[in-house]
Design a protein around this ligand. Sequence first.
Ligand SMILES: [Cu+2]
Length: 119
Amino acid sequence: MMNAKPMIIAIASTIILAVAALPDSALAKSDMSDGAAIKIAAVKIHKGVGTVKKIKKRSGKIRLDHGPIKSIGWMGMVMTFDVENKKLLKGVKVGDKVSFGFYATDDGRHVITEIKRLK
Ligand SMILES: [Cu+2]
């Protein structure tokens, strides 16, 4: 009889490597409980430039006045983003000009994965 477990693990690692190799994408979900369900999605990272209007360190939110972002069909606007990791808020303050990357979630949030001060 064949033991299927090593095979499943091998397939899962291959998928993770394939997703990691995609440009401009991030690993959103990886659920391998039981070895039965393998649910992995690559998400699109959109890039924008804007000015910091407000920072909420505790809740991990940042309000930006951003320019147009064609990849998601947006005009410029002022809006609040979530940050994937609160550490991202450490290097920025209100009034800073920043470039940033984010993805959109199924439940309507926009989550920043990278943010950089512009000089
Ligand atoms: Cu917007």
